[in-house]
Design a protein around this ligand. Sequence first.
Ligand code: SAH
Length: 392
Amino acid sequence: MKTITLKRGKEDSLLRFHPWVFSGAIATLPDGLEEGETVTVAAADGTCLGTGHYEIGSIAVRMLSWREEETGKEFYAERLANAWQLRRRLGLVRPDNSTFRLVHGEGDFLPGCVVDVYGNTAVLQAHSPGMHYARNMIAQALTELPGAGIRNVYYKSETTLPFKARLDPVNDYIIGGFETNIAEENGLKFNIDWLKGQKTGFFVDQRDNRALIETYSKGARVLNMFCYTGGFSVYAMRGGATLVHSVDSSAKAVALTDANIELNFPGDQRHTSFAQDAFKYLQEMPESAYDLIILDPPAFAKHRGAIKNAMVGYRRINAAAFRKIAPGGILATFSCSQAISKEQFRLAVFTAAAQSGRKVRIIHQLTQGADHPVSIYHPEGEYLKGLILHVE
Ligand code: SAH
């Protein structure tokens, strides 16, 4: 294995287990080093700090281990077994729940790797060249995980790998093929479209929050804005909502929502969906039409440069919801932008509340599900922020 040597004093963050080496910290790159190679990282005095995947860019190494370690199939198998044990411990592996995130990058000590499980299919997503090269080993190890029953591994990295690395990944099955795309979450069925859907096909991170919304749905008129697959809508229906409106600007998303409602509540007239722009819908909807509003928009800020516009976006949608929600209503509002902090998001929501002049209380502060663990040394892994608010 080749060794990357750091500049003097640049080993501190690694000694605190932060899993990234930034390019500015590097003193020397070994000759002939290729992007995606597994390397050891050494302090200026030669002490080995660990093993990681090298890539070209601001993050130059993603650390896999805190010692020199071979990263063959056994390595991945062990990390996956560890991740699997945690999901079992979390109570997510049940006959009525076959949908969960098995690998959450740094949070499962596999930086650059995401695996979502939908029944007997695992969707594998690489975010680094190193993980792209490891994909076959990971796929094999996934199907060999004792008790997991994973038979199909779909590789989906066309949009997540750095474009400049010219890896030209193709979205396709590495092992097995299409069997069924129906998976269960807390006893509810979902069609998961990993072939054409966003991300790995489903937003697994909202599971606990959807379950919480179910408990507030009894007798409520619900608006699920940015519905995508209709996750929140299906839970609200089971929770006893009297009416559920799902809105998404994508006609495909609306079709997915309709299919998922039909799968769980065939012929149920309480649900209607609309393919419409959120800003327009919120602007035009009548006052007091809804008792429960869910706002779960896409990441308005995909990078730091977009923070200002994103803050305006969050403020606008929340202001409209505060203005229109029925008295005594519940607003569940989210941000999945990694670049927006918890405090910034709360400021945007606070500003929107103040503009509406309504009395607003925070009743829950939410984040991603426990199958999206955050390494305490890598707080960047926490990205989902949510507030459930009571509006008088
Ligand atoms: N709440 C969903 C995930 C939402 S993802 C869940 O629990 O699974 C964000 C969704 O917002 C996408 O489906 C996208 O099509 C939709 N979207 C993006 N911009 C929009 C806009 N301006 N108006 C309405 N929907 C929009």
